[in-house]
Ligand binder design. Structure first.
Ligand code: PHE
Length: 473
């Protein structure tokens, strides 16, 4: 039999008695970086980022985005991972441990609810990716000659209730299957294989896209700054996207940080995650825009860009069928590694705080989240009611994304910064972050950003989001 210590080192879950149950840890720093990057790199990178760049002035947006990632996204990510590693708890337990007998645990509760909420509709969109994989395999795009036709195909597809519901169920089941395996045997094992494959595929797509006739125009569009398009809304879009894309603001990284060893350098690990996430988003744009211009399409096409434009591109390249198949497999995979982290937040909460078994927590959260996602699956055509909610005049999926993907994430990030910067004992905060670091001096700079820069920026943007809602609605 293993001792508790040995068992922890080898990543085994130990003893059924919760009091003696030891927390699993990542097998290596790479495992943490790839799992966290897996969380970060998701639909947002492929499905939302290129669209935002196209709409907001190309490279002008990229520059703003990069600055926001470095000055706001990274410090918030460091704060999350540091808090998780120091307390070794899920988000609720982390706040409760760092500030016992205070109301701050509510912020953790908000995070768990946000993760749960995002998972419900994220799974619907990820289901579309599975559906498109099947379409690519069966050659459904082979006879389509232009994006108008692929557009019709997409409309038909997302308007078919049973298909989208079935795919939503399949994706949720896959997520549950991965998380049930635990930290090392589930999350780590999957991401160590899938993330390198994802990057390889992205690179191949970029190469293909850039070598198409007429790709140059798209390349210029993507990289040439147009500052006339930069408005206040650009900053809101960039920060909202950065928070969503880096998976900060709801405790996914508190949870992943809670499995990280004290020996690891948090700053280097999180900076690697930010770099990988931004690189993936950038490459996705490079894969989409040149190809988009090569087939003579306008850049700002909305969220259906990936599902409408790319099928038309696959059709025009050698081995396009295979290429398309692999692309959608990897889109599914990117979504899966993100969904895993969303589910893991809820599961860590239930196993830490409520002493549930991992299996029970995974299955129950998966089922309830599936149910909550049903209206989202029906809101893209199948149900007129959910497609255009009364009074609100938006679809249910968009509404969920606004509430959870936008407002709740931003609020969560703001409260986290206020907590870590002002409420948590600074010595503990610094210890959580710089322990194991080769550059402990960076801690003070980080604390400054988390105390002043991040709350002011995130708070301003939260106000803007709320004001926009108020003015529009
Ligand atoms: N970062 C993911 C994406 O870009 C979404 C996500 C948000 C995942 C928050 C986990 C937590 O698609």
């Amino acid at each position: 039999m293993l001792t508790a210590e040995e068992a922890t080192d080898s990543g085994e879950a130990v003893a059924s008695n919760p009091q003696t149950r030891r927390r699993e840890t990542w097998g290596s720093r790479l495992a943490f970086v790839l799992a966290a990057a897996g969380s970060a790199i998701g639909l947002g990178n492929v499905w939302r980022f290129p669209y935002l760049v196209g709409k907001n002035g190309g490279a002008a947006f990229l520059i703003i985005y990069l600055a926001i990632v470095v000055l706001i996204g990274l410090p918030v990510m460091i704060a999350e991972v540091g808090l998780g590693r120091f307390t070794r708890r899920n988000p609720v337990g982390a706040f409760a441990r760092a500030a016992p007998n205070s109301g701050w645990r509510v912020v953790g509760v908000l995070g768990v609810i946000t993760g749960f909420g995002i998972l419900s509709y994220y799974s619907v969109v990820a289901g579309w990716a599975i559906g498109y994989t099947l379409k690519a395999v069966t050659g459904a795009f082979a006879t389509l000659t232009d994006p108008g036709q692929t557009g019709n195909l997409f409309e038909q597809f997302v308007g078919d209730a049973w298909t989208v519901l079935a795919l939503h169920a399949v994706f949720m089941a896959l997520t549950v299957a991965a998380v049930i395996g635990g930290v090392r045997r589930g999350i780590e094992r999957w991401t160590l294989i899938l993330m390198p494959a994802l990057f390889l595929m992205l690179l191949l797509l970029v190469l293909r896209s850039l070598t198409l006739d007429g790709a140059g125009k798209g390349f210029t569009f993507y990289l040439q700054p147009d500052f006339s398009k930069v408005t206040g809304a650009t900053f809101i879009a960039a920060l909202g996207q950065a928070l969503f894309s880096l998976s900060v603001g709801m405790g996914a990284l508190i949870t992943y940080g809670s499995y990280l060893s004290e020996r690891e350098d948090v700053v280097i690990a999180t900076a690697s995650v930010c770099l990988l996430d931004t690189l993936a988003a950038f490459l996705a744009g490079l894969a989409i825009f040149p190809a988009l211009f090569a087939v003579g399409l306008e850049p700002a096409q909305g969220a259906g860009l990936t599902f409408v434009v790319l099928p038309a591109i696959f059709h025009r390249i050698p081995f396009g069928g295979l290429f398309g198949t692999v692309f959608f497999v990897l889109l599914t995979v990117a979504a899966l590694t993100s969904a895993i982290s969303l589910l893991e937040v809820c599961v860590a909460y239930l196993t830490d705080e409520k002493r549930w078994t991992r299996k029970g927590a995974c299955v129950l959260v998966g089922i309830v989240s599936f149910l909550l996602g049903i209206p989202a699956a029906l809101s893209t055509g199948a149900s007129p009611f959910f497609s255009q909610l009364p009074f609100l005049h938006v679809g249910y999926l968009d509404l969920m994304d606004t509430i959870f993907g936008n407002i709740a994430l931003t609020l969560g990030a703001l409260l986290l910064c206020l907590f870590v910067g002002w409420r948590w004992v600074p010595q503990d905060a610094l210890k959580g972050v710089i322990e194991g670091s080769a550059y402990p001096g960076l801690g003070q700079h980080w604390l400054f950003l988390v105390r002043y820069v991040c709350p002011v920026a995130i708070g301003t943007i939260l106000l803007q989001i709320l004001m926009n809602l108020f003015v529009q609605g």
